[in-house]
Each structure stands twice: as C-alpha cells, then as structure tokens.
Design a protein around this ligand. Structure first.
Ligand code: CUA
Length: 326
C-alpha cells in the first residue's frame, strides 16, 4: 500500500506551482481563510467521529471474537430502542454543529462588501472565457481580473450561455454562474501575486481550459493598470500594424468589438497588456499565430473561427497589430 500512496503523493506534488497560487489549503484572502476554518472544523469533527467509531469497532471485534472451545451460538438481539434513538440523535447533533457555521459563512460570503472603497466587477462566464467589466472605472477586459491588494472586490456574476462556476482556489470557493441569474461573491487578496482561476462546472468540450488569472497588486500598481486601460489606444505606427488594423476590421471586428451582441468575443482593445492568450497560452507572437491558425486545437469547442485563410504576411500584420494594442 505504501508505494501506491507514495506514487499518488508524487502525482499531487505536480499540482504545486510557485508562480501561480492555486491551493485551497493555503488561502490568501479573508474569504478563503473563513472557508479553510470551516474545512478544518468539519475535518476535526469527522476525525473525532472516525476515532470513536473505529475504537468501538475494534473493541467489539476483540471482545466478541470467536474463542477456542466455545461453539455455542451467541445471544441474538433484535432491536434496541435506546440504541436506535442514540444513534439517530447523535448524527442530528453533529450535523447541526456543522450546519450552523456553514450556513452563516455561506451568507456572510455572499453579502456585498460594506466598505466604501470596494471595487465592483461584473463577471460574465462564456463558453469558454471570462469577461471582466469594471462599471465604475469604465474598463472591460477578459481572462485576467486585476484587483488591488487588501480591498474588497464585489463580484456580480452573470452567465451568458450555459452553467459555469467561478473559482479561485487560493482566494474563494466556487460560485455558480447561471444564465438569467445574478450571483454575488466578495473576495480580497492579502498579498500581491497571481492566483489561478478555474471554471468548476462541466460546461462543454473546452471546460478544462476555461482558465483565468486573478492578478493582485498594490494600490500604486493597480492604479497604473487602471490608467493604462483607460488611456486611448496606442497609435498604429508601422506599415505592418496599419495593414493588421485593416485585417482586424475586416475579419475580427464583428465579434471582438461587441458589434454583434450574440456572437461576442473578448474585447481586444488592450490585448497587448495581457499575460495569456485565450487564458491558456503564453502571451507571445508564436502562440498567437498558433491560436489564430486553429483555435479548436488549443481549446476544443471554442467559438473563435480558424484564421488559416490569410497569407503568412497578413497573419504577421494581424499579430503585430494585436500585440501593439496597449
Ligand atoms: Cu465553464 Cu466549465
């Protein structure tokens, strides 16, 4: 058994990534800490139940084992009212002890933040990407949720197509994303860093790759990011970028500038500032070309069409233009 467990432990160690935080048991925000308290509390309770049950079990095994020389049938018992009441009442009490903190934490976490400096973000889950809109700041972006450290973030969670679930393991538990319904979640981060986000509800072929990042930075860096996002788009300078702009208008604008509300892709206005492509690929030219050539090979089920009909120089121009969007 030991080698099997050792191998499993080895596999689990692959989950650790020093740069991107993704560990429920090592939370970096007040919501995550409250949830870890609940996990610990229920774990201790379960451990106590396990210890009592195991002790009784082992005692009975030894005390009433078959002994040499004794062949008679032991006394057969049918029903014991006191025992049955006891083993019904104890679980009820245990469940109540678990339920009270669970329910109060659940309501606590879905409450809107009371602090005035809270940041409001409208999150929308799409197959298979995340949209982040800051209504008070006039910013719309995708795949990367920027938040200031130590401030409450009030998330208003919408669904566009099917059920998804918004989950940042190091910061907060899962919140369902339901079309036609608005769910709330408050989160905060206690130190700067990059926290991995996941879709935690099977939503189609691209579910496993419906990733996003929460980038928590100190106030100065966050304000810098806000200013960068609100600044007018960078001027289109080189000939290649100009050509790329034209190609973008002809091939991409229908979905990526929000003209068509039903076929809406991520806002690419500040694409050059992102750290990932489609939430999963490293943010560089080579991977952007890979994505454009065959998006479904990267993310199965993605609605983005293949842009494999353009000439290599046109792809280069489009790439140059997109990367210059800062
Ligand atoms: Cu969205 Cu799974």
């Amino acid at each position: 058994v030991l080698p099997v467990f050792a191998l499993l432990a080895l596999a689990l160690s692959g989950c650790s990534n020093s740069k991107v935080e993704m560990n429920v048991l090592d939370p970096h925000g007040s919501a995550g800490e409250k949830q870890l308290d609940l996990i610990n509390w229920s774990f201790i309770l379960m451990l106590a139940v396990f210890a009592v049950v195991t002790t009784i079990y082992i005692y009975v095994l030894i005390r009433y084992r078959k002994r040499k020389g004794i062949d008679r049938m032991p006394e057969q018992v049918h029903g014991n009212t006191v025992l049955e009441i006891v083993w019904t009442v104890i679980p009820i009490i245990l469940l109540a002890i678990l339920a009270v903190p669970t329910v109060s934490t659940t309501f606590d976490l879905s409450e809107k933040p009371k602090t005035k400096d809270a940041i409001r973000v409208v999150v929308t889950g799409h197959q298979y990407w995340w949209e982040f809109e800051y209504p008070d700041l006039g910013i719309k972006t995708a795949q990367e949720l920027h938040i200031p450290v130590g401030r409450k973030v009030d998330l208003e969670i919408h669904g566009k197509d099917v059920l998804h679930s918004f989950w940042v393991p190091s910061l907060q538990g899962k919140t369902d994303v339901v079309p036609g319904r608005v769910n709330h979640m408050t989160l905060d981060a206690d130190k700067p860093g990059v926290y991995q986000g996941k879709c935690a509800e099977l939503c189609g072929a691209g579910h496993a790759l419906m990733d996003f990042k929460v980038i928590a930075s100190n106030d100065a860096d966050f304000n810098k990011w806000v200013a960068e996002m609100k600044a007018p788009p960078a001027p289109v300078t080189t000939a290649s970028e100009k050509k790329g702009e034209q190609l973008f208008q002809q091939n991409c604008m229908g979905c990526h500038a929000g003209i068509n509300p039903n076929v809406q892709g991520p806002d690419l206005n500040k694409f050059g500032t992102r750290t990932t492509i489609a939430g999963v690929l490293p943010h560089d030219e080579q991977h952007l070309k890979q994505w454009l050539h065959n998006p479904q090979a990267v993310k199965p089920g993605a609605l983005m069409p293949k842009i494999n009909y353009l000439q290599p120089d046109e792809i280069q121009a489009l790439t140059d233009y997109l990367m210059s969007r800062k």
